[in-house]
Each structure stands twice: as C-alpha cells, then as structure tokens.
Design a protein around this ligand. Structure first.
Ligand SMILES: *Cc1c(COP(=O)(O)O)cnc(C)c1O
Length: 385
C-alpha cells in the first residue's frame, strides 16, 4: 500500500492493508509468524530490511505496529507484551525522576497500582484528579507536572474527559497528554487528532478483540517521541512476541465491523435496561442524561460496547444477576466478541473498597459482545428475574 493510501484511505481499508504488502518472495497475503530471534546479515552490518534481533524488531510485530499507527493516525506505533508493559515503558522512557503526573481518580486499577506502587519508587510523583472537572485538574498540577494521563470512557462508571481541553491544559504547562484509548478503540476515538501526544492501549481488549491474547500498544504523534519510545522499547525489552503480534493483528483487521456490532448491541441493551423497573440506573455515554454525553458526542463516533447499571435491591441482587446470566459469561476483562458480566465491587474494583473510588455495591458491568442481540436481552431479562 502506498504512503498516500496508508494515510488517506478509509479506516477499514487501513486496518486490512496498511501494515503489510504481500510477501515479495512467496506472495503470502497475510504476514507469517516470524518465529525467529535473529537474522542473517549480508556482510557485517548488512541488515535485510533493518532486521537484526527480534527484541529490536520482528516483521510480524512491525506489521502490527504499522497498522496500529495508521489507525490512530500517529507517527509510529509500538507493540508490547501487555498494556501495563506499554505504560511502564512510556512513563520511564518519557519522564525523569522528580517529574509529576496527574492521573484520573478512577484510572484502571492496574494503572493506579503501577504509578502508586512502582513508578513512585522511581521518583515519579502522581496526583489523582477527577478529569471531567478541568478546575480539579488545574488544582492538581505542580511545577513538575510533565504528563496528564487520561482515560475516557472510564471504568466502570463510563465517565468522560474532554481530550482537546485537557491537551490545551497539558501543553500550557509543558506536559504531555497521554490517552489510554482502550475502552473506545481507534475506531470510535482518535486522541492524537484531538491534540494528545501519546495513545496507549491494552490490545488485550477491543484491538485484539477475541479474548485470546494479552498485549499493549503505544502510538505517538511526532518523531521526537517516536525515537524516545523506540529506544526504550528495545532497552527495556517488554516487547510483543511474534505469535501474540499475529493474533492481535488478525483481530485488529475486523475492528470496524466488530465495533459497529458492539455499539448496536450495547444500544439495544441500554434501551432494555432503561425501560426495566428492576434496574435503578444505567451508565452509558450515549444517553442524553449522561453528564459527559455532549463531550462524548463531540469526540467519539459512537459510544462503545461497555454498559454499567445499578440493580434495585442492593448488592445481593447484583451478585444474583451476575450469577444467573448464561449467555453473558461471568468474568473479568472486556472488549472480546463474547458478552461478559461482572460485579466491579467484588471483582475488578475490589482493591478500591473503602476509598473515595469505591463503586456502588449494586453495580453490574457488562462488556456487550457481538452475539445475536435478542439472546442477550433474553438472558438479562431472565438474570434480573
Ligand atoms: C486492561 C486494561 C489495561 C491493562 O492492560 P493489560 O493488557 O491487562 O496489561 C490498561 N488500561 C485499561 C483501560 C484496561 O482496560
């Protein structure tokens, strides 16, 4: 695919073609799993295609990295062994000891733990703030703030942060704006086009999309950041393996059609829950009543496949609903083709019990999959009964 097509063609075309040309020696349409650690040199330093050692670069990983970069409309992409490995690499690769980060006060638990328990020991300070409130973010800034970390929508209450406004705020104080785009995926939201400097993903979720691989990705806006991340990806070594890269790329090619179906099904689930008197409250940024709806409508193409709701009757009822569902599988994680149900208070968010971030005990979170929607509605109807 020419450079022009790589940047100008539609999302689905880029997802399928941007990262790989049919192999010149065999015509292979799909990149092989390059299960090799090293590469023959044609004379000392005579690398073929720049490949030297697979921590530094591997062609299967390159195909994934080029595709993610094309979809996020960034300068360059990088694939990692997990979302958290990607996060650690950009924090320690782009910041210095003594620097300070503003984090969402409802950040993904693993992100919070990484900053709170690991990065602080490397001298990187952090302050949690409610990112939906720009004054709260301003109040959290220090003279050493070099990064504002954004998640939108958030987990599990689907809070929305204004990426463009936060990018202005960050750049005004010489900080980078990093967006964890895991929940929206690049199909629904492209933070780099809204002013963000770095996008990070747990590709374990929508990008891979089939609950069969753990991985992470970073895409950066400019060459200077690309060079720093490339250096640290190799120097720290938390890279995606060839097979994991291949699985992730295989999933990524169908992101567009999957996300449309996730959104269609989630909208039907939301309408069902809103009309059901056994349900107390529904959290979905597509609802006009959602406090972040206007911002979400501006920066997202649709509102995604994640839905949370509170059940009338308290925690016991919420636990019973989770236990009674059959098509929705009771499990952590999200973003796969299969629908999942979980109780954040006892499962994904148990570690924040007793803090300001404690989630309601009657809350249930759904990752709405792409099954036949009538089966999902019937399952919820039965589980609520
Ligand atoms: C899962 C997740 C992560 C962590 O990614 P892993 O692949 O599990 O390391 C980070 N951010 C968000 C929003 C997530 O959902």
């Amino acid at each position: 695919m020419s450079q022009e097509h790589r940047t100008k063609s539609g999302f689905e075309t880029r997802a399928i073609h941007a990262g790989w040309e049919p192999d010149p020696s065999t015509g292979a349409v799909i990149p092989p799993i390059f299960a090799t650690s090293t590469y023959k040199q044609d004379g000392v330093g005579g690398l073929r295609g720049g490949y030297e050692y697979s921590r530094s670069a591997n062609p299967t990983r390159t195909a994934l990295e080029a595709t993610v970069a094309a979809l996020e409309e960034g300068e360059r992409g990088f694939a990692f062994a997990s979302g958290l490995a990607a996060e650690d690499t950009i924090v320690r690769g782009l910041l210095e000891p003594g620097d300070h980060v503003v984090l969402p006060n409802d950040a993904y638990g693993g992100t919070h733990r990484l900053f709170d328990k690991v990065e602080t020991r490397w001298g990187v300070g952090q302050t949690p703030a409610a990112l939906g409130d720009l004054d709260a973010v301003r109040a959290a800034l220090t003279d050493r703030t070099r990064m504002i970390w954004v998640e939108t929508p958030t987990n599990p209450l689907l809070g929305i942060a204004d990426i463009a406004a936060l990018a202005d705020l960050a750049h005004g104080v010489g900080a980078l704006l990093v967006v964890d785009n895991t929940f929206a995926s690049p199909y629904l939201q492209r933070p780099l086009t809204l002013g963000a400097d770095v996008v990070v993903h747990s590709t374990t979720k929508y990008v891979g999309g089939h609950s069969d691989v753990v991985g992470g990705a970073v895409v950066v806006r400019d060459l200077e950041l690309a060079e720093k991340v490339a250096y640290h990806q190799n120097a720290m070594g938390a890279v995606a393996g060839a097979f994991e890269s291949w699985l992730t790329l295989r999933g990524l090619k169908t992101l567009g059609v999957r996300m449309e179906k996730h959104c269609d099904n989630a909208e039907r689930v939301v309408a069902f829950l809103e009309a059901d008197e056994r349900v107390e409250h529904v959290y979905y940024p597509g609802l006009a009543s959602h406090p972040g709806h206007e911002v979400a409508a501006r920066q997202m193409d649709r509102f995604g496949g994640m839905v949370s709701f509170r059940v009338k009757g308290g925690e016991e009822r919420a636990l019973a609903v989770c236990g009674a569902a059959e098509v929705f599988t009771l499990a952590e994680s999200l973003g796969g083709i299969e629908s999942l149900i979980e109780h954040p208070g006892r499962m994904t968010h148990a570690s924040v019990a007793g803090t300001d971030l404690e989630v309601p005990a009657d809350l249930v979170r759904l990752s709405v999959g792409i099954e036949t929607v009538d089966d999902l509605l019937a399952d919820l109807d039965r589980a609520l009964g």
